[in-house]
Design a protein around this ligand. Structure first.
Ligand SMILES: Cc1cc2nc3c(=O)[nH]c(=O)nc-3n(C[C@H](O)[C@H](O)[C@H](O)COP(=O)(O)OP(=O)(O)OC[C@H]3O[C@@H](n4cnc5c(N)ncnc54)[C@H](O)[C@@H]3O)c2cc1C
Length: 477
């Protein structure tokens, strides 16, 4: 039988697609006592609000977005969209040079000089036409270097760097350009410039069948069509995002999938006949394993038999993030209507950004904010083991500094999420290819999915599970 390791969103999805493709219920082994991995909601139903400890929203865009909506449709889960015209979708801010600055959210904004920029964005974008060609030997560089080279340092510092903090709590000077701008990078490498590449491809490029048409050959998911028609920018699951993995796990259990909780895999040994897995001191014989574990956890399971594979897996770095959830009894705490703000690393503040949860979704008269801190700079800012008080004090001090909020929250929660986000640093694509090449070369009955490899968002890890299950043959039955 094929077995799945990890009951986060990717592992649960892998079991779902195994069932769909081969019709058999896999067993899932999960080390903790719950499903969902980093997706965790703390509900305060009596007070009408909730805290999201990990992810909170999902974007409905592109193939990965459509794939998740298909899953949600199949699970008959209700969702709560934020539409493109709503302030939480339109208004995104950064805190720079001592003030909150609204990033341009309309075409006219691109032609104005808006703080913190010293000239209109359009002139920075068109700098790409003047920037020279640079063919890179290793076909990768940091996203910061790429943006600085094509558009200048201001855009790299005040647009891309905070965006990278918001997506993966990482440093744009280390993160691979292929993480977010693969397409733009390839255009530049092929045509000598991004705008040039866009024009040439429009004029001479063959219309390619979009992969989305390929993956949904028969029909597009209905919910995806609806999201496009209604212009959803993002959505949440009412009652919290944890409802998604919970509903999926209930669905799987209903189809006889065995989800074993508090069942940590400690060692994996491969042989000609399959796999031996040690779970809680007990050996289990299997034909094939799909691992959705963080790469460093898988490394510790395979290191005795395959130290080189373990070393490759360990070369994917992770960062710690501190999440501070705050609730205030009033709706009138501040006037700004926005998704929240991010802090560019060049500002050297110890916070990554703040999400205005109650601006995005109704929290029944409460103000709910989430302060994100640490990431790539966790240890530099807080040392190895900061106390919850130190983290809470830092969050509150910076809310006062940036937003002038002096009120004490009625309820607060501080979480330190250790090694929660993999960093796709320069060379990541090659690293993942090397890992998968090793597995193929030694014909290991092991398949990898999850946030370590094919994208760090929820959409990515679900699609990663789906595409990896598609690579399997009907191995075991
Ligand atoms: C603070 C934060 C905010 C985020 N915000 C967003 C957002 O708004 N939108 C978005 O799309 N994404 C967001 N993400 C990313 C998203 O949470 C992840 O992409 C996703 O949850 C990863 O799922 P996964 O299944 O790959 O991994 P995980 O959630 O890490 O699941 C892996 C599972 O494996 C288990 N495990 C570990 N070791 C073993 C072992 N030895 N044996 C058995 N089981 C084991 C773990 O307990 C865990 O349950 C955020 C992430 C964080 C940390």
């Amino acid at each position: 039988m094929t077995t799945v390791l990890g009951a986060g969103m990717s592992g649960l999805s892998a079991a779902y697609y195994l069932l769909q493709r081969f019709g058999y219920p896999a067993t899932i082994y999960e080390s903790s006592n719950r499903v969902g991995g980093w997706i965790r909601t703390e509900r305060h139903r009596d007070k009408g609000f909730l805290f999201e400890v990990g992810p909170r929203t999902i974007r409905p865009k592109g193939i990965p977005g459509a794939n998740t909506l298909k899953l949600i449709e199949e699970l008959q889960l209700p969702v709560d969209p934020v539409l493109a015209w709503q302030p939480a979708a339109k208004n995104r801010m950064i805190y720079a040079k001592g003030q909150l600055c609204m990033l341009p959210n309309s075409l006219s904004g691109v032609f104005k000089t808006l703080p913190p920029f010293s000239k209109p964005l359009i002139s920075q974008i068109t700098q790409d036409l003047r920037a020279g060609r640079k063919k890179l030997k290793f076909a990768d560089e940091s996203i910061y270097d790429f943006v600085e080279r094509r558009f200048g340092a201001e855009l790299a510092n005040y647009a891309i760097s905070p965006l990278i903090c918001g997506i993966c709590a990482g440093d744009a000077k280390e993160i691979s350009v292929r993480f977010l701008m693969n397409d733009l990078f390839e255009k530049e490498q092929k045509w000598g410039g991004i705008i040039k590449g866009m024009l040439f491809e429009k004029l001479f490029g063959k219309k390619q069948n979009t992969a989305i048409e390929g993956i949904f050959a028969e029909a597009m998911p209905r919910l995806y069509e609806k999201a496009r028609e209604e212009k959803w920018s993002m959505y949440r699951v009412p009652d919290g995002l944890e409802t998604l993995p919970r509903t999926l796990s209930n669905h799987l259990r209903g189809k006889n999938v065995n989800i074993q909780l508090s069942a940590e895999c400690r060692e994996i040994t491969f042989s000609r006949n399959g796999v031996k897995m040690n779970v809680k001191g007990r050996d289990i014989d299997l034909k094939h394993v799909i691992s959705s574990l963080p790469s460093y956890k898988l490394a510790s399971c395979v290191k005795n038999q395959h130290p080189s594979l373990a070393a490759l897996l360990m070369s994917i770095p992770y960062v710690d993030v501190a999440v501070v959830n705050l609730q205030y009894n009033t709706e009138e705490l501040f006037k700004m209507k926005a998704f929240g703000f991010l802090v560019p690393p060049i500002e050297r503040l110890p916070i990554l950004g703040v999400i205005f949860d109650s601006c995005c979704f109704d929290m029944e008269g409460n103000t709910v904010l989430t302060v994100m801190m640490g990431g790539r700079w966790f240890e530099e800012n807080f040392g190895k083991e900061p106390t919850p008080k130190k983290l809470l004090d830092t969050a509150l001090q910076h809310l006062e500094l940036v937003m002038g909020i002096k009120d004490e929250p009625r309820l607060s929660r501080v979480h330190v999420l250790k090694k929660c986000i993999p960093q796709y640093t320069v060379g990541h694509k090659q690293r993942v290819a090397d890992i998968r090449r090793y597995i193929n070369q030694y014909k290991l009955p092991l398949t990898l999915c999850g946030a370590a490899y094919d994208g760090v968002g929820i959409n990515d890890v679900i699609l990663s599970a789906r595409t990896q299950v598609q690579t399997l043959n009907a191995l075991d039955d």
